[in-house]
Design a protein around this ligand. Structure first.
Ligand code: HPA
Length: 276
């Protein structure tokens, strides 16, 4: 990724959506794309029309950048994301986030679908991610140039707490007002695309993971490098029971994440109304 690429892509977005001055970025994963359909005065750009935007072939990911208003908040939403398991590099898959940053966002809300490892979680539960384990084992996600010099020493410190605690506490308070308890959990990201074997679920539980999925960590790393506070939600779509024979299906993942929208969409709307 070069600066010219980034400037060029942002220029294309601004030409298509001249009033795009979003303050909050939303990255909407499996099943949550419906939130982008609720954006008012929406300016919609298919990823295919923006140079450098990676395209996802995963079902449930529409592939549009949607800019407009959700309540009183001016947002830019990614309706679907590209995953590393589709063959995109860390730099390519996070390029849209760098564009959102260049458009002016000062907060990021991310959602994903995950397998529940913590036995207290149930399918369809919304969990706030308060920490993560990077099991993707990929370098090249962060901008290496920005890591030379003094910044190099600052980054690991910021990464000790990659999720913004005040946004997380705000989400917990507002979830209570909406009548549910928002659990917190550690998200472990694998490269995928396969779901886990029973032995792997057992191992990840021992490592301290509460959920496992195949996304989000690259974007969270880049957001931290760019200094953007992050709030991340995971929809638990299947509970990993290593000792009970069961098979995880993508249709099950989509089905549960759609059902969880009825909790997560009102919650995100409420959070946005408190962020201005
Ligand atoms: N494993 C990894 N990713 C997932 C899962 C899972 O069990 N469920 C939804 N995304």
């Amino acid at each position: 990724m070069t600066a010219t690429n980034l400037e060029n892509s942002v220029e294309v977005i601004r030409q298509r959506c001249p009033n795009a001055y979003p303050k909050v970025g939303l990255i909407l994963g499996s099943g949550l794309g419906g939130l982008a359909d609720m954006i008012e005065n929406a300016c919609v750009i298919p990823y295919a029309d923006i140079p450098g935007f990676p395209l996802s072939n995963v079902s449930g990911h529409a592939g549009n950048l949607v800019i407009g208003n959700l309540g009183s908040a001016h947002v830019v939403a990614m309706q679907g994301r590209a995953h590393l398991y589709e063959g995109w590099s860390g730099q390519e898959s996070t390029f849209p986030l760098r564009c959102m940053h260049a458009l002016g966002i000062n907060a990021l809300i991310v959602s994903n679908a995950s397998g529940g490892i913590n036995p207290r979680f149930h399918s369809g539960q919304v969990v706030a991610i308060d920490n993560h384990i990077d099991w993707m084992h990929r370098t090249g996600i962060l901008d290496a140039e920005a890591m030379s010099g003094p910044a190099r020493h600052g980054l690991p410190n910021r990464l000790r707490i990659p999720y913004d605690i005040s946004l997380l506490e705000l989400a917990e308070r507002l979830a209570m007002k909406l009548g549910f308890v928002l659990a917190r959990g550690t998200y472990l990201a694998t490269l995928g695309p396969n779901y886990e074997t029973r032995a792997e679920y057992r191992m990840f539980a021992k490592l301290g993971a509460d959920m496992v999925g195949m996304s989000t960590v690259p974007e969270v790393l880049v957001a931290n490098q760019l200094g953007i506070p992050v709030l991340a939600f995971s929809i638990v779509t299947n509970v990993a029971k290593p000792d009970a024979p069961s098979v995880t299906e993508h249709t099950e993942v989509l089905d549960w994440s759609r059902r969880a929208q009825s909790q997560l969409i009102p919650l995100i709307e409420k959070i946005l109304s408190h962020m201005n």
